[in-house]
Ligand binder design. Structure first.
Ligand code: HEC
Length: 126
């Protein structure tokens, strides 16, 4: 009897860890695939700029803060800090958050893609 209770408790704990799709925590591995859409313009390597700035360390950083990268005035004036929430907004619809951003990217349509790519950014120097 005791052991079956332990099994049930164990199972519930596992469910708690992996079984809650409502959780906004993304999957970095799936995010690596999503990042392919960003790669043309962004590197995760520190200081390496492409069309867009390096995204190394972007989580928690002020918008427009990579030295040597020429941001749009809109991004510099945005006053944003890239936390999960603001990143999710920007990646869903860049021009809704920063109307004159020069990031010409339509946005990610799927919420999962957004959460996963943010997890990827975090896992790679974010
Ligand atoms: C077509 C090129 C292009 C694509 C594709 C693109 N970006 Fe960008 N991104 C830019 C440019 C250009 C900027 C600078 C925007 C500005 O100054 O207004 C930027 C800015 C950003 C910023 C703000 C960086 C900072 O230092 O403030 C983040 C975060 C970002 N992009 C994430 C992404 C992610 C994640 C993807 C893929 C889902 C992506 N971008 C796809 C070109 C692109």
């Amino acid at each position: 009897m005791k052991s079956s209770i332990i099994k049930i408790v164990g199972f519930a704990a596992v469910l708690g860890m992996f079984g809650s799709p409502a959780l906004a925590e993304g999957d970095a591995e799936a995010g690596a695939k999503v990042f392919k859409k960003c790669k043309a313009c962004h590197s995760m390597e520190e200081g390496k700029k492409k069309v867009g700035p390096s995204l190394f360390g972007v989580i928690g950083r002020a918008a427009g803060a990579v030295e040597g990268y020429k941001y749009s005035k809109a991004m510099l004036a945005s006053g944003l800090t890239w936390n999960d929430e603001k990143l999710a907004e920007y990646l869903t619809k860049p021009r809704a958050l920063v109307p004159k951003t020069k990031m010409s990217f339509a946005g990610l349509k799927k919420e999962d893609d957004v959460a996963n790519v943010i997890a990827y950014l975090k896992a790679n120097g974010g």
